[in-house]
Design a protein around this ligand. Structure first.
Ligand code: SAM
Length: 478
């Protein structure tokens, strides 16, 4: 990006932060190329696996210093277009954006919330760190973006995430003091993205910064209401603006004396290889008294109204909201019978609760600290209530794409149909075409792509009469 026309007020604010000499170096960074990053999905490929070695070679990867699973890639290698992307082996993520979850450091078995989660960079990073254990609630307020979030959660084979689509007050009314870790990657004025996305410049104004700061403050209060005593909150933005960063955090610490700042980090594009980013890590006291929290929640005017309004809207639109009142036991039996025949090596994650949304059967993850029940989800829009196992139609079980993506090749063996990454058949499958197979092949098969010594799922196919019918969801075909 050369000669950007940056707003004067923006340059003045940066100069106030950096001083005139360093501002020159900062402005010069707009003429340097932007950085490109991807992060390995360790749910599928451990960093030292042969597959990881193959990816390093294919995409000319170089390590991101602040993230052990993050790498810079060469733009010309286009990993976003490769079948390994469709297989969920990695997530394309701006390198600086990888810093916040590293600081939050969620652990397996914890109860974690990602409050503003779409399209899913931080959620997929959190899920990798949780290694399938514990509960992750990934929330996104906007319906279209929540759908993309759910797709990314599925592509990366995440089993223990519930995707909700709710305004933050609706969640804080349901989940007070519930989470060990909360990620709030707040909507912001996007100053740190000007180099990557010059369109963001035209949307910037001092008034927009103030609007963002006000919204961030609102969302932060809901986040605090949901944080357990002893829990940690990471607040991040992709802006340089003090109003949205340090000033907002200073106000938070002043108004909630049971919070303390553990760390604060900024990434500047002229100092490090990445776009602009800010993250603050906050911890809540272990032994504070709860009435203060209850009062804080009670003061969140409108939370209940929002909840009621949401229910009303859901009813009007006929949207799927909350679990079905039909018993999931029959659907679960139907899944078990199907899996015994088709996936004998697969054991569903332990402790989950089967849940029916219409004809869709989900496995709500076991939640360790939080006793998450189907009732918690009643009245909420839930694009994904845990692992989508499949749909029961007219008494027959049909496996879900999400289940395909969450399986390892070992769990699906011997029902595998494996393609080479370079084969034109991979592209044909991803376009939704039927594949020719030996006539002896019958029933559900996991279509996989080979990488290193292993195979990774792309989706389902159903074989009969020498043809493998394509079961890739229509919205994912390209
Ligand atoms: N964490 C995401 C990731 O790593 O892929 C990026 C999140 S983006 C910076 C901020 C998100 O906040 C957007 O998806 C936006 O739709 C959402 N958002 C906007 N207004 C919101 C609000 N009032 N409450 C909660 N989230 C909001």
């Amino acid at each position: 990006m050369s000669n950007p026309s940056l707003p004067t007020a923006y340059v003045e604010a940066v100069t106030a932060l950096l001083g005139p000499a360093e501002t020159e170096a900062f402005l010069a960074s707009y003429d340097a190329p932007r950085t490109y990053g991807l992060r390995f999905n360790t749910l599928k490929i451990p960093p030292s696996s042969p597959a990881a070695g193959k990816l390093a070679e294919l995409f000319a990867l170089r390590p991101v210093p602040w993230c052990g699973t993050g790498y810079y890639y060469e733009e010309s290698t286009r990993p976003g277009k490769h079948p390994y992307h469709a297989a969920g082996l990695y997530y394309i993520q701006e390198p600086s954006a990888m810093s916040a979850v590293e600081l939050l450091d969620p652990q397996p078995g914890q109860t974690v919330l990602d409050l503003a989660a779409a399209p899913g960079g931080k959620t997929t990073q959190i899920a990798a760190k949780m290694a399938g254990q514990g509960l992750l609630i990934s929330n996104e307020i906007h319906p279209q973006r929540a759908r993309i979030l759910a797709e990314n959660v599925e592509r990366l084979g995440i089993r223990n995430a519930v995707v909700t689509q709710a305004p933050p007050p609706a969640l804080s009314a349901r989940f007070p003091l519930a989470f060990d870790r909360i990620m709030l990657d707040a909507p912001c004025s996007g100053e740190g993205m000007f180099r990557k996305d010059p369109d963001a410049i035209s949307e910037w104004s001092p008034e927009a910064v103030e609007l963002c700061a006000a919204r961030q403050w609102d969302i932060l209060q809901d986040a605090v209401a949901m944080l357990k005593p002893g829990g940690r909150l990471a607040y991040s933005t992709c802006t340089f603006n003090r109003r949205e960063n340090e000033d907002t955090i200073a106000r938070l610490l002043a108004e909630y004396p049971f919070l303390r700042l553990i760390a604060e980090k900024r990434i500047w594009p002229h100092r490090e290889q990445g776009e602009g980013h800010y993250v603050a890590l906050i911890e809540r006291d272990h032994d504070e008294k709860t009435p203060a929290i209850s009062a804080a929640i009670a003061n969140r005017e409108g939370a209940d109204a929002v909840r009621r309004g949401g229910r009303e809207r859901n009813r009007k639109r006929g949207a799927r909201s909350g679990p079905s009142e039909r018993s999931p036991a029959t659907a679960w039996d139907s899944f078990r019978a199907w899996a015994a025949d088709e996936l004998p090596a697969f054991a569903p994650p332990a402790g989950g609760t089967p849940l029916l949304f219409g004809e869709a059967l989900y496995l709500l993850p076991a939640s360790g600290g939080l006793a998450l029940t189907p009732e918690h989800l009643t009245g909420l829009k839930v694009p994904r209530a845990g692992l989508h196992l499949g749909d029961v139609r007219k008494g027959r079980f049909e496996p879900a794409h999400a289940l395909a993506m969450a399986l390892s090749a070992n769990e699906a063996a011997p029902r595998l149909w494996t393609l080479d990454a370079e084969s034109p058949l991979v592209a044909a499958y991803l376009r939704g075409e039927t594949l020719e197979v030996p006539a002896s092949l019958r029933g559900w098969h996991l279509v996989t792509v080979a990488c290193g010594d292993d195979q990774y799922p792309l989706g389902w196919g159903k074989a009969s009469g020498g043809q493998l019918k394509n079961h890739l969801p229509k919205g994912l075909r390209h």
